[in-house]
Write a protein that binds this ligand. Structure first.
Ligand code: ADP
Ligand code: MG
Length: 543
């Protein structure tokens, strides 16, 4: 079944207007299948990955069937966490933009219960909440389930994982038999099926097929590393790409704790999320992540499920996921809402076979890249710093500082020594912290595959990159235009944000370096030089 347009679903005009305002152009596959079925009164089980629009799948038909003139409770949406309950409420609120006589109330732990009781007394037709807090209100008789027509179990698998089974069953058992029940789950297992059999009536099962799972705008890259070098690799990538927010996925809770510990030790702002944390702790971590107080969230698959943060720049697969499906879930955390994102996977030895399975399953391509070397990082940092110095000089008002410099200069100390010492104090202090002094962490250099190729090629470094909007073809064009090198002999081009590596045949290297002197690519004056061996490691972002 293909995707439908929202105006093909016989929806009320107020919903259509709201959906248009939300920027939805067409329904997602799960929405295309679920909305018509639910509207026709069917119970359904919907299974699709995170970020495929499940909320609106149950939210739109739910709001359509609410009778605004009946002030009593008509729909209950159960979510595993407060975080998700808030997200779902917000989506409902947007859907209700042009409808003011339906009241939706989020009900979750952590909020003062008195205030909730007051709000409930005013009457809500839809409540969205965590099973624990809803149970609480049922016990206090501030919530009565007898009038419920529609129940939703969102992220059912996770609610079960979190031990909400009894609560869910109790809540459902207090609602009328003839209610409609809708369940969404990212994965299916025995326990989920048992719940389905007990509480859903002749449900339609909707599963979104695998090929619709892929997320094409995400750049997917893997690095061949040794197990013991993973942390080092992670730090280098973070330093070079400088993501605002990133998520690091690990396969176990223990691993999450270790990685967090080590990142903190190296001065990064990181925190962990896994199943052992209490709800309040999870909320605190998520709050810090959203506000940018932590930049790196280290998480297990289950803990991170369903979390909707839009600006995640990079997802790291610190461990290759056990389950192919998890890979798709994980990388879906970046590149949201049309933004571009990156997914970096660390692949140790034979894990390449697992990665191949993932590529096949997700019908996607994950390409190998070399890890940035310490030299790359050092150079990036140096260039950035020198640019800052230039900008500072351009600002002027340096007289007072010039006097300071003069005051320590004599026959022994020249101004250039002062400048060099200051630079070392600035950069040198951040250099030296990489645990590994060897430069090359790559377990296998991809070029070794072709010995001859490696021998005959020279690696050049260009001090500008993607941030300067430079693409591979710009480099080929510039080289061919400014020198005599034919485009087709130029080898691999590795584009990074702030620099580029280009492999060129040995015999052309000098011509290119000379020919590109004082030349520009994309308006940026560039320097081309032979890529050097590393000196000392560099590091960034300390507390
Ligand atoms: P899921 O519950 O499947 O993880 P959500 O319902 O949280 O997914 O939706 C993920 C994001 O996609 C949200 O920001 C939502 O507003 C957006 N979204 C949902 N449906 C559509 C659509 N039809 N077109 C564009 N964006 C959509
Ligand atoms: Mg969801």
């Amino acid at each position: 079944m293909e995707k439908l347009k929202f105006d093909e679903m016989q929806l009320s005009s107020w919903i259509l207007r709201a959906v248009t305002d939300m920027g939805f152009e067409e329904a997602t596959p799960i929405q295309s299948q679920a909305i018509p079925l639910i509207k026709n009164g069917h119970d359904i089980i919907g299974q699709s990955q995170t970020g495929t629009g499940k909320t609106a799948s149950f939210g739109i038909p739910c709001l359509e069937m609410i009778d605004p003139d009946d002030r009593r409770l008509q729909a209950v949406i159960l979510c595993p966490t407060r975080e998700l309950a808030i997200q779902v409420s917000e989506e409902f609120r947007k859907l209700l933009k042009y409808k003011d006589n339906i009241r939706v109330l989020p009900v979750y732990g952590g909020q003062p219960i008195d205030r909730q009781i007051l709000a409930l007394k005013k009457g809500a037709q839809v409540i969205i909440g965590t099973p624990g807090r809803i149970m609480d209100h049922m016990r206090r008789r501030t919530l009565k389930m007898e009038t419920v027509k529609y129940a939703v179990l969102d992220e059912a698998d996770e609610m079960l994982d979190m031990g909400f089974r009894d609560d869910i069953e109790l809540i459902l058992s207090k609602t009328p038999e003839e209610r409609q029940t809708v369940m969404f789950s990212a994965t299916m297992n025995q326990e989920v099926l048992e719940l389905t059999e007990k509480y859903l009536k002749n449900p339609e099962y909707i599963k979104i097929s695998r090929k619709e799972l892929t997320v094409p705008q995400i750049e997917q890259i893997y690095f061949d590393v040794k197990e013991k070098d993973k942390l080092e690799a992670l730090c280098r990538l973070i330093d070079v790409y400088d993501p605002k927010l990133s998520i690091v996925f690990c396969n176990t809770k223990k691993r999450v704790d270790e990685v967090v510990e080590q990142l903190l030790g190296r001065g990064y702002f990181a925190d962990g999320l896994h199943g052992d944390l209490k709800q309040a702790q999870r909320d605190r971590v998520m709050q810090k992540f959203r506000s940018g107080a932590i930049e790196i969230l280290v998480a297990t698959d289950v803990a991170a499920r369903g979390i909707d943060v839009d600006d995640v720049d990079i997802v790291f697969n610190f461990d290759i996921p056990q389950d192919e499906e998890y890979y798709v879930h994980r990388i879906g955390r970046t590149g949201r809402a049309g933004r571009s994102g990156k997914a970096f996977s660390f692949c140790v030895g034979k894990e390449i076979y697992k990665l191949r399975d993932i590529m096949q399953y997700a019908k996607t391509k994950i390409t190998q890249q070399k890890l940035p070397t310490v030299t790359d990082i050092e150079r990036t940092k140096k260039d950035i710093f020198l640019e800052k110095i230039k900008a500072n000089i351009a600002e002027g008002n340096l007289e007072k500082f010039a006097e300071y410099v003069e005051s320590i200069c004599d026959e022994e100390i020249a101004p250039i020594d002062v400048a060099a010492a200051l630079l070392r104090m600035q950069l040198g202090s951040t250099i030296s912290d990489y645990s590994k002094s060897e430069d090359d962490l790559n377990a296998h250099n991809p070029h070794n595959a072709s010995e001859k190729y490696a021998k005959d090629m020279v690696r050049l470094f260009i001090n500008a990159g993607k941030k300067n909007k430079i693409r591979a073809k710009d480099i080929v064009g510039a080289f061919a235009g400014e020198t005599k090198v034919p485009g087709e002999v130029i080898g691999e081009i590795d584009l990074y944000d702030d620099f580029v590596y280009v492999d060129v045949p040995y015999e052309y290297a000098k011509d290119i370096i000379d020919g590109m002197k004082n030349k520009k690519i994309k308006g940026k004056r560039i320097i081309v030089e032979k890529a050097k061996k590393p000196k000392a490691p560099v590091k960034k972002k300390r507390r």
